[in-house]
Ligand binder design. Structure first.
Ligand SMILES: [Zn+2]
Length: 274
């Protein structure tokens, strides 16, 4: 059976409902879920240290880059109302995406700090989205320490990340590519080792890769950044990116298309079918 999980990273104070609608409106109209990795308190001066020149995080709008403060999701009431409605209708799984989303935020062995960020981050998202239950964690930049993985496992979170983080914990399923494994009964680990649609590729190339993934049996996790479709923060989506994305959605949403599930839904189904 073919299954797709849509994961979209970096929804934050800076996100408008219109930008999410532009990318996922068709998925929602079809009554299908999208997993949104939401940043509780995004920090304005976040830099990307794996890129020469330490540029600002492209997920922060230009006007806010370099501002030395955090912006709480609660301050964007329009977005909170929009996503709360989606969560209530089963159309959005709200996932915890770090706390401030600073670079390598969860690459630390400071367990009290990790615990504080997880507890406060989840509490903030629960306040912002009372209709949602926060069950899945997506590490910022897909990098996470073994200590942070341990904390997530103890707290019962499903985890979605890249396989390169898993080797230090041999008791975790050592899976790679696009795959799901079980951490404990009902608690799932999802790996996604490639972002299919990224501004670093030509849209036509993204579409070839996405179609190849779709043709495989089993699970494909489509990890996007909604801002990529507007990169670099244009007011309207980029035509070529949207053309490739819509061609992919045509196939996903076709009558003979794959099942579309959330992380929580997939984990529930896997343990229910045992
Ligand atoms: Zn992110």
């Amino acid at each position: 059976m073919r299954t797709i999980i849509f994961r979209d990273d970096d929804t934050s104070y800076f996100t408008t409902p219109g930008r999410l609608e532009a990318v996922y409106g068709r998925v929602w109209e079809a009554g299908l879920p999208v997993c949104l990795a939401v940043i509780p308190e995004v920090f304005g001066d976040t830099r990307v240290y794996w890129t020469d020149g330490n540029p600002h995080d492209p997920g922060i709008p230009p006007a806010y880059r370099g501002t030395e403060r955090s912006y709480s999701i609660l301050e964007n009431a329009e977005l909170c109302a929009f996503l709360n409605e989606k969560a209530a209708a089963g159309l959005a799984e709200i996932c915890l995406h770090g706390y401030t989303h600073t670079f390598y935020e969860f690459i630390t062995h400071d367990r009290p700090l990790i615990r504080k960020k997880l507890a406060e981050g989840a509490a903030l998202l629960e306040r912002a989205f009372p209709a949602a239950s926060i069950k899945t964690f997506v590490p910022p930049y897909d990098r996470i320490s073994p200590a942070a993985l341990r904390e997530l496992i103890e707290r019962g979170f499903h985890i979605s990340t890249m396989s390169l983080n898993l080797a230090p914990l041999p008791d975790l399923p050592q899976i790679a590519g696009f795959a799901a494994g079980e951490i404990r009964r009902g608690q799932a680990l999802y790996v996604c080792d490639d972002y299919l649609f990224t501004y670093k590729r030509l849209p036509a190339e993204s579409l070839v890769l996405a179609r190849a993934a779709l043709a495989r049996a089993g699970l494909t996790i489509v990890s996007n950044h909604y801002w990529m479709f507007f990169h670099p923060w244009r007011d309207t989506p980029n035509a070529a990116d949207m053309m490739a994305w819509n061609a992919f959605l045509d196939e996903v949403l076709a009558a003979e298309g794959p099942a579309v599930m959330s992380f929580s839904g997939y984990a529930g189904r896997a343990s229910a079918s045992e």
